[in-house]
Design a protein around this ligand. Structure first.
Ligand code: OVV
Length: 410
C-alpha cells in the first residue's frame, strides 16, 4: 500500500470510527446529514480516511478552543501537520501561532480592529450598504431577477473592507481568488485544492505586493500595522505578514457570511418579515445566520501532549477537526437548532470560534452584516429565491457563487 491510500494511523479502540469524508463534494454540498452522524456517534470520533480525530458537539469544540496550550495552532489549523509537512505558504503570524508569539500579533490587530476604531467606520459602511442595496433594488424595480451574490454579497465587502485597509481599487478580484485558495489549503490536497492552487503564483505575487507599505493609504488598517512596527511592537519584516492576514481573513469570510445570510432570509420569508418590521434586529439576524450557516465550517488543532477529551485518550501530535457548523446545530446547546430564528440570541455560536483565536475581525464582520441587512429591511419588502443558488465548493468555506432573487421594492 502506498502512503496516499494507507491511513495515517490505526483507529483508536476507544473512539467510534467513521468513514465520512468531510471534504468530499457530497459532504460540502449538503453537510448537515453528516454533521448529525458525526455529532451523534460520540463526543470524539475518528475519521478513518484521514487518520484524524473530529469533534462536532458544541461542548467539545468549545473545550478544544479553550485549551490552546494542549490544542495548538502552530502546527497548522488545517489538515497538514507543519511538523511533518511544509506549510502551503509562510505561516500566518496570528492564525498559525501560539502564545507568546501569537499574543504580540494579536495585541496589534486587536487594537487596530477595536470596537472604538470600528465605530468610526459605521457611517461609511452604512452609506455604502444603502447605496449598493439601492442599485440592486432599482434593477429589481425595472423587472430584473437580481443576483444576491454578484450584486451584493461579493461587491460590498470587496468595496468597504479593502477601502478600510487602504488598498487601491484595481485588481481586487485577486482577493477572492486568494481567499478561495487559502481556505481550500486548510483541507486535503484534493481536486478543489488543485484547482485553486493552479493560480497560486500570480495571485500570491499580487497579494504580497499589495502588503507593502507604499501600496497602503496612510491611516488605513494596513498603514497602522506599519506604525506598530515603527513603534517597535512588531518587526518591520512582520508588518507585511500581518497585512496579509487582513487580506486573507477579511474577504471570503464576509462575502459568504453575507451570502449565507441572504440565502437564509430568502428561504425563510417569515423571518425576513420580522426583520422588515424591525430593522433593529439586523445585527441579531446576522449572528443567527452565522450560527445557522457558518461561513467558516471547520478548523483544526494539533495536540501538544497526550490528552483525555470527553473520555477519549488522544495521543500527542494528533490532528483534531473541529466542525464549527455542526456545533452550531447541536441540540445539546440550542433549542430547535435546525430552525433559522432571528428572534433567538445566537451568541455563543462557534461561527467566529472562541478563546484566544476567536475572530479578531468580528467587529468589522458584524458591522458589515448589520448595515447590509438593515439596508435590505428598509428598502426591500420581500425577498424570494428565483431559482436554485449555485454553490462554489470549498474545503473550509460554505460558499455560494450565484443566487437569483426576486425582490419586491419597499
Ligand atoms: C482567520 C484566518 C483565516 C485565514 C487566514 C488568516 C486568518 C491569516 O492570518 O492569514
Amino acid at each position: 500500500m502506498d502512503s496516499v491510500t494507507q491511513p495515517a494511523a490505526a483507529a483508536p479502540a476507544d473512539v467510534p470510527a467513521l468513514d465520512i469524508d468531510p471534504f468530499s463534494a457530497a459532504f460540502l454540498t449538503d453537510p448537515y446529514p453528516d454533521h448529525e452522524r458525526l455529532r451523534e456517534a460520540g463526543p470524539v470520533t475518528w475519521l478513518s480516511r484521514y487518520g484524524i480525530y473530529a469533534v462536532a458537539r458544541h461542548a467539545e469544540v468549545r473545550a478544544v478552543f479553550a485549551d490552546h496550550a494542549t490544542f495548538v495552532s502552530s502546527a497548522g489549523v488545517g489538515l497538514a501537520n507543519f511538523h511533518k509537512e511544509t506549510p502551503f505558504r509562510p505561516k500566518s503570524l496570528i492564525l498559525e501561532a501560539d502564545p507568546p508569539d501569537h499574543t504580540r500579533a494579536r495585541t496589534v490587530l486587536a487594537r487596530i480592529l477595536s470596537p472604538r476604531v470600528v465605530t468610526g467606520l459605521r457611517e461609511t459602511f452604512a452609506a455604502e450598504a444603502e447605496a449598493m442595496v439601492g442599485r440592486m433594488v432599482a434593477r429589481a424595480a425595472a423587472g430584473a431577477v437580481v443576483d444576491g451574490i454578484k450584486e451584493l454579497a461579493e461587491p460590498y465587502p470587496l468595496k468597504v473592507f479593502p477601502d478600510a485597509v487602504g488598498l487601491e481599487a484595481e485588481g481586487r478580484e485577486n482577493l477572492l481568488l486568494y481567499g478561495d485558495m487559502i481556505f481550500n489549503a486548510f483541507g486535503p490536497r484534493n481536486e478543489l485544492f488543485a484547482r485553486a492552487a493552479a493560480k497560486v503564483q500570480p495571485v500570491t505575487a499580487w497579494i504580497m505586493q499589495h502588503c507593502a507599505r507604499d501600496h497602503l493609504r496612510p491611516g488605513g488598517f494596513g498603514d497602522l500595522i506599519y506604525r506598530a512596527a515603527d513603534a517597535g511592537e512588531i518587526s518591520v519584516a512582520e508588518a507585511p505578514m500581518l497585512v496579509r492576514s487582513f487580506l486573507s481573513a477579511g474577504v471570503d469570510t464576509t462575502v459568504n457570511g453575507l451570502g449565507n445570510a441572504l440565502l437564509c432570509l430568502a428561504n425563510h420569508p417569515a423571518e425576513y418579515a420580522k426583520l422588515r418590521a424591525d430593522p433593529g434586529l439586523a445585527r441579531q439576524a446576522f449572528d443567527e445566520a452565522t450560527r445557522f450557516e457558518a461561513a467558516v465550517q471547520t478548523f483544526f488543532r494539533t495536540t501538544s501532549r497526550d490528552v483525555e477529551l470527553a473520555g477519549a485518550r488522544i495521543p500527542a501530535g494528533s490532528k483534531i477537526l473541529m466542525l464549527l457548523a455542526a456545533a452550531n446545530r447541536d441540540h445539546r446547546q440550542w433549542p430547535d437548532p435546525a430552525r433559522f430564528d432571528i428572534g433567538r440570541r445566537a451568541t455563543g455560536h462557534m461561527g467566529f470560534g472562541s478563546g484566544i483565536h476567536a475572530c479578531v475581525g468580528q467587529v468589522v464582520a458584524r458591522l458589515e452584516g448589520e448595515v447590509v441587512l438593515a439596508a435590505l429591511a428598509r428598502q426591500v419588502a420581500t425577498i424570494e429565491p428565483a431559482g436554485e443558488p449555485t454553490r462554489r465548493l470549498n474545503n473550509t468555506i460554505r460558499a455560494i457563487a450565484s443566487m437569483p432573487l426576486r425582490l419586491t421594492p419597499a
